[in-house]
Design a protein around this ligand. Sequence first.
Ligand code: 4AD
Ligand code: MG
Length: 433
Amino acid sequence: MTPHVSISDLAQHVGQTVTLKGWLYNSRSSGKLRFLLIRDGSGLCQCVVFKKDVSEDTFAAADALTQESSVEVTGTVRAEPRSPGGYELGVSEVQTIHLSHDFPITPKEHGVEFLADRRHLWIRSSRQQAILRVRHTLMKAIHDFFDSRGFLRFDAPIFTPAACEGTSTLFETPYFDEGSAYLTQSGQLYGEAGALAFGKVYVFGPVFRAEKSKTRKHLTEFWMVEPEVAFCDLEQDMDLMEEFLEHLVQTCLRERRPELELLERDIAALEQVQRPFPRIHYDEAVRLLNEELGEPMTWGDDFGAPHETALGNHFAPRPVMIHDWPVEVKAFYFKRTADGKYARGCDVIAPEGFGEIIGGGQREDDYDALLARIEEHKLPREAFDWYLDLRKYGSVPHAGFGLGVERTVAYICGIPHVRETLPFPRMMGRLTP
Ligand code: 4AD
Ligand code: MG
């Protein structure tokens, strides 16, 4: 029995005879040689079958392998700079586990709907694997960042009694005698309870938005990480956003360079994502758009995709932080400036057209002001009684934000559409596979 080794560990086995267990990614032949490109999930390895070195059965098995057939390949590991991972296998034995028939995704170009319908198979391709590995590293970097700074992970419920981010994007579902439940749009309100209990928390999980827009940035189910901090104002919140985003980008750059290179990401641009990021007032953003960037807009509106792209590109390669927004644009829970004109929120816009990746700000901590806001927005008072309690028992200034994982993965990988940034995307018009 030769040891079973992962392709990613081949460096430690040079000169040894090992077994790889995986699938045929690709193959080619040349005279008495067969080159099998094997993937095992950890990487790709070229396996060279030389007719005179193997039994007839093994050579025939190598010849018969079809794309995505499962296989065990035994051989000797040698360094080979031209092999994808830097090592290749001089094959002594090939054992077919299962022959695949007509794998639908071939090396030729396919339409994106064709691929999306076969997402369960598409995730076997090198590009998709590179993206999902960056996602994995990003998820871990998120946990590491907060864990090493004393934040407690605080899980919010997915069934909720009311809207957090506006009623137009709520998914509703029947809930026993209680009537309707709504799939959470954001764990923030629960995160605020956590912050007033533990000081610093982060909520991290899937959130749901019934987005009726078919854009390259909108999913109906996506992952959001939401830190929330007691005794924190907008300025300190922006410091945290900046430090966090720098950490995420630099960690992915450090740990996933081969993947980013495979994706042909402009790495120099990411290297420059270093603090401080530019901070501009909403009014200044509107002035820039109207007077310098040729993307006119009306004061008091939210930015559309072209505005975000123009602003993002203007400040590239760093993300830009836009703070203090007209109250009409922002949700009910924002703290306002003393004149009541601006919501103390901040959006972080990524360069290169990736748009808003962070939204957050300081929360209203005054009971009467918050109650008035809930009534203005015609939100069901009873569902917010517990939230109002947080302003009754030791209220403090507090702030937080939400970062969308998929938009961040798209930005770091430099891929235009969020549908490739998670294993099984859910969007308007897509519920399968
Ligand atoms: O700006 P949003 O709506 O903020 C909140 O939900 C706050 N409650 C967060 C907080 O302060 N705790 O969403 C935050 C981020 C956006 O910046 C974006 O990255 C992402 O979530 N996002 C989406 N990502 C994919 N598809 C969608 N439909 C998204 N909507 C928001
Ligand atoms: Mg937002």
